[in-house]
Design a protein around this ligand. Structure first.
Ligand code: SF4
Length: 479
């Protein structure tokens, strides 16, 4: 039976589709399209009516579509180190023109199907059909996919007009993240990490396009001092000036205020949606929140995003009222999932959690996008508070608050090889969670985009260990 999708989720899906479609249209019509880091103040570009795309969201989508590895390897072949963040490698390969494509047989014009792909064929009773010759499950031909190969849009462009050119163009994978237009300018804010700075500098150099940079350094104190605010506000003014030069338009104050109002409305609705994880049992899982992050990253300045999150809020209120949940198992344990998920391995992450009745009822990554402010200075302060730019005291307090509010029994920490600034202080945080909250923690090694860095057996063992510790903790409390 098809999974029921709520009106809010449908609206959110449309918002992201529209963001990508608008950018493709702008590019086709010769208008400027920018690429932006996820926590660059989108409100500035909105004042100029610019179409902006978000490589982090794109890279997550490429990884979830199982093309992270081929794109990461393509970046490595271009000379970028394997130790660089997977999002950066995917994006740099994409900026260089590399694309994941379907293998074509140029004689027949057909795609070459990979016999190992596809889901097992099931009979009318839902049982897996076994091939009598091999003794292995037969593949459902409808789910089999062509081999994935790497192609290059600049090589394709240089080909003479004809059949090969047409076939290669058409073979580039059709999903939206693999069809994103190339950038005419880049917007970078390093409030997340400094890898971002080098990543965007490289794109700007590679494509010979302007880079508009806002430097928000790591903050050693809980408060954001007035001098820091002044430093960033001056950069906002400079960025506005650069955007005026780029577009040949004047800064439109009204559009800016509209975008700020939308961004605040989106952020507030998003935070309220995140708070629904506090219900016990929760009406959904942190994995659902991860799926909606595309909206808050790519469209928070759009009124459609605010409206879609408000609709989702209504769906969740109704779900709580009637006791419905999207989690397909009874919630026995509640955990916080720390870090960015392994996008290429979402089903593998979910499987052992499901087996042990563990629901992810707290995540750190999602509410980090709830920028709420009332004026320009507060806006600067809001953009200062990204997960990797706050000091450890604030990071611990932030997470422990979520753990308490969302009533977790344990914490599952993703030591993400891509995101070193995030993973680096997690060992100390784990220690503090156990000491302050009395909950067990388990860590596993993985990667947000490069599947070569995830080991399923290790992950399963760590989940099992966490469950045993949560069980013992529960028994001790009850005893
Ligand atoms: S914050 Fe982490 S995941 Fe994001 S770009 Fe930086 S290193 Fe990559």
């Amino acid at each position: 039976m098809a999974k029921e999708v709520s009106p809010g989720v449908l609206a959110l899906r449309k918002v992201v589709e529209d963001v990508y479609a608008d950018a493709r249209k702008a590019h086709a019509e010769g208008r400027l399209v920018g690429w932006s880091s996820s926590k660059f103040p989108c409100e500035l570009a909105a004042a100029f009516d610019l179409d902006v795309m978000y490589p982090e969201n794109q890279a997550a989508g490429i990884a979830a579509n199982r093309d992270g590895e081929i794109m990461c390897k393509a970046a490595e072949d271009l000379g970028f180190d394997n130790d660089i963040c997977g999002y950066a490698r995917i994006s740099l390969a994409y900026a260089a023109g590399k694309r994941a494509s379907r293998k074509v047989d140029f004689e027949t014009g057909e795609y070459v199907i990979n016999p190992n792909s596809g889901k097992p064929l099931k009979d009318e009773n839902g049982k897996v059909v076994i091939d009598p010759e091999t003794g292995k499950p037969k593949k459902d031909p409808k789910t089999m996919q062509p081999y994935t190969v790497l192609d290059d849009i600049y090589e394709i462009e240089a080909l003479p007009e004809g059949r090969e050119k047409e076939l290669r163009k058409a073979a580039i994978k059709p999903y939206r993240q693999m069809q994103m237009p190339q950038p005419d300018f880049v917007l970078c804010c390093n409030n997340i990490c400094n890898c971002m700075t080098k990543w965007y500098e490289n794109i700007a150099r590679m494509r010979n396009i302007p880079l508009i940079m806002i430097d928000i350094p790591y903050n050693n104190t809980v408060d954001v001092h007035d001098t820091n605010v002044a430093y960033v506000r001056a950069q906002f003014d400079h960025a506005i000036h650069q955007l005026e030069e780029l577009t040949g338009k004047k800064f439109d104050e009204k559009k800016f205020e509209e975008a700020c109002a939308n961004a605040n409305r989106t952020a507030q609705a998003w935070l309220r949606v995140c708070d629904y994880l506090q219900y016990k049992p929760a009406p959904y899982s942190g994995f659902d929140l991860f799926n909606h992050m595309a909206d808050v990253v790519t469209a928070r300045g759009r009124v459609a995003a605010a409206e879609a999150f408000e609709l989702l809020e209504k769906d969740l209120a109704e779900a709580v009222k009637v006791g419905k949940t999207t989690t397909p198992f009874p919630e026995q344990y509640r955990v916080m999932f720390e870090g960015i998920p392994c996008w290429p391995k979402l089903p593998n992450l979910f499987k052992p959690l499901k087996e042990h009745g563990v629901n992810v009822t707290a995540v750190v990554y999602a509410p980090a996008f709830g920028f709420v402010y009332n004026n320009m200075d507060e806006m600067v302060r809001a953009y200062y508070k990204a997960p990797n730019s706050v000091c450890i005291e604030q990071g611990v307090a932030w997470r422990e608050g979520i753990c308490r509010d969302n009533k977790v029994d344990g914490v599952l920490v993703h030591y993400n090889r891509s995101c070193k600034p995030w993973s680096g202080y997690m060992a100390e945080m784990q220690r503090r969670f156990t000491e302050d909250l009395g909950v067990p923690c388990a860590g596993f090694d993985g990667d947000q985009a490069d599947p070569r860095n995830f080991n399923e057996a290790q992950y399963e063992t760590r989940v099992q260990g966490l469950v045993e510790a949560m069980e013992a903790n529960k028994a001790a409390k009850e005893g």
